[in-house]
Write a protein that binds this ligand. Structure first.
Ligand SMILES: Cc1cc2nc3c(=O)[nH]c(=O)nc-3n(C[C@H](O)[C@H](O)[C@H](O)COP(=O)(O)OP(=O)(O)OC[C@H]3O[C@@H](n4cnc5c(N)ncnc54)[C@H](O)[C@@H]3O)c2cc1C
Length: 369
């Protein structure tokens, strides 16, 4: 494990998907970068994610980023020599009557941006996944580009590549504060000592607000617990199973390792049961072997906050991904490196700056699971 250096050109706080991707892009561009992670790489929300990626968003910027993120995840194994279990089996959204118009508009926007998503009937959905309940499904959407992979492997792949490019990855190192004087960063205090640096990338996930608050930077991010339950044993669903989402309740399930994974907004399996009975009753017959939970970092409009903090020179942030951050890691990490390096942004992510909540130019994302 790397020792804590006494100084660095850039300190990245947090070794989740955002911090590792930013560190890789920075180190590959020749920057002297140190990542400080209080636990281990991927131990925060990243390691708890379902690993889903999709082009089925409602916000145009999210769709355009998704197209690029999916391309990058698709070539990740080759580019980073790291297996990530990349599988494009599609996402199938099952919709209630009142949701169909919103999804029809989203599909039309997605298709105008080159995404092959489609609005299909409940019968088509049943044909795709025999065994689901569709009696109260008004319509569905499907996109074959969507799928899943293993989030912590992507974070590890980025961390290893960053390290190969000279980045120091310091695990087991909790940041206790960011030192600022006269609006300029002086360094970062940690449980293992002080590191001087003029620039910080704050990617501590749902824990970012508590490091930003003492600097007068208020991040509108709420921590929401989300659970996943894993089953094992044979199931009646097709081998090639899309990630099925019951949009009204948020219940979803997909293949994971040798069984199925299911989750949603419910905080207990008992609370999830009514949605399971309605949509995928066969799941109730299966043995649940284990479960885990992690935090969604949720903002008021269900979109990320990304940018450079107002009033503090060179404090860049990215958090509040509202449950779809894993898949945005490739593009957002690159963007954070561009903010540090002052280079032309590949994607203009200025609309994600957190001052949108003061100016009123919010970016509501409706396709939130
Ligand atoms: C159950 C569940 C399912 C999900 N499913 C999906 C999905 O299918 N697709 C998708 O795109 N997204 C999904 N997400 C969301 C996704 O996990 C997050 O949006 C994403 O991982 C956020 O990455 P991050 O790097 O911002 O945060 P994190 O992964 O939380 O990384 C932050 C890191 O900072 C470290 N840290 C915190 N405080 C400090 C400190 N003081 N000092 C040093 N280090 C610190 C933490 O230990 C952590 O490792 C899911 C989330 C959950 C909980």
């Amino acid at each position: 494990m790397a020792e804590l250096p006494s100084s660095a050109a850039v300190v990245v706080i947090g070794g989740g998907i955002m911090g590792t991707s930013a560190a890789y892009h920075l180190a590959a561009a020749g920057a002297e970068v140190v990542v400080l992670e209080r636990d281990t790489i991927g131990s925060g929300s990243t390691g708890k994610a379902a690993g889903g990626f999709r082009a089925q968003f409602s916000d145009e910027l999210n769709i355009r980023m998704a197209v690029e993120n999916i391309r990058r995840l698709e070539r990740f194994e080759t580019e980073f020599a790291t297996g990530i279990d990349f599988e494009q089996h599609g996402y199938l959204f099952l919709l209630g009557e009142s949701e169909v118009d919103t999804f029809r508009r989203a599909v039309s926007l997605q298709r105008s941006l080159g995404v092959p998503s489609e609005l299909i009937t409940a019968e088509d959905a049943l044909g795709m996944v025999p065994g689901i309940g569709v009696h109260d499904v008004a319509a569905a959407t499907f996109c074959a580009w969507d799928g899943t992979c293993t989030p912590e492997s992507v974070a590890l792949g980025y961390a290893r590549a960053a390290s190969r490019h000279g980045a120091a990855i310091v695990q087991g190192c909790e940041v206790t504060g960011i030192a600022v004087s006269n609006g300029r960063i002086r360094g970062v205090s940690t449980a293992n000592g002080f590191i001087s640096s003029p620039e910080v990338v704050l990617t501590a996930g749902v824990w970012s607000p508590r490091l930003a608050a003492p600097l007068g930077v208020r991040m509108p991010v709420r921590a929401v617990k989300r659970h996943i339950w894993l089953t094992r044993g044979p199931d009646p669903f097709p081998r090639r199973l899309p990630l099925v989402v019951d949009f009204t309740t948020g219940f979803y399930f997909h293949r994971e390792a040798k069984g199925l994974a299911m989750g949603g907004r419910a905080q207990t399996i008992e609370d999830l049961a009514p949605a399971i009975i309605n949509r995928a009753p066969a799941l109730l017959e299966m043995e649940v072997t284990h479960n885990w939970w992690g935090y969604y970092a949720v903002t008021p409009d269900n979109n990320a906050i990304i940018g450079t903090a107002p009033g503090i020179d060179r404090l860049h942030y990215a958090t509040g991904f509202s449950g779809h951050g894993f898949q945005q890691g490739p593009v957002v990490g690159e963007h954070l490196s561009e903010l540090v390096l002052g280079s032309e942004p590949t994607f203009d992510l200025a609309p994600f700056a957190m001052d949108r909540f003061e100016t009123g130019s919010i970016l509501p994302e409706t396709a939130v699971i």
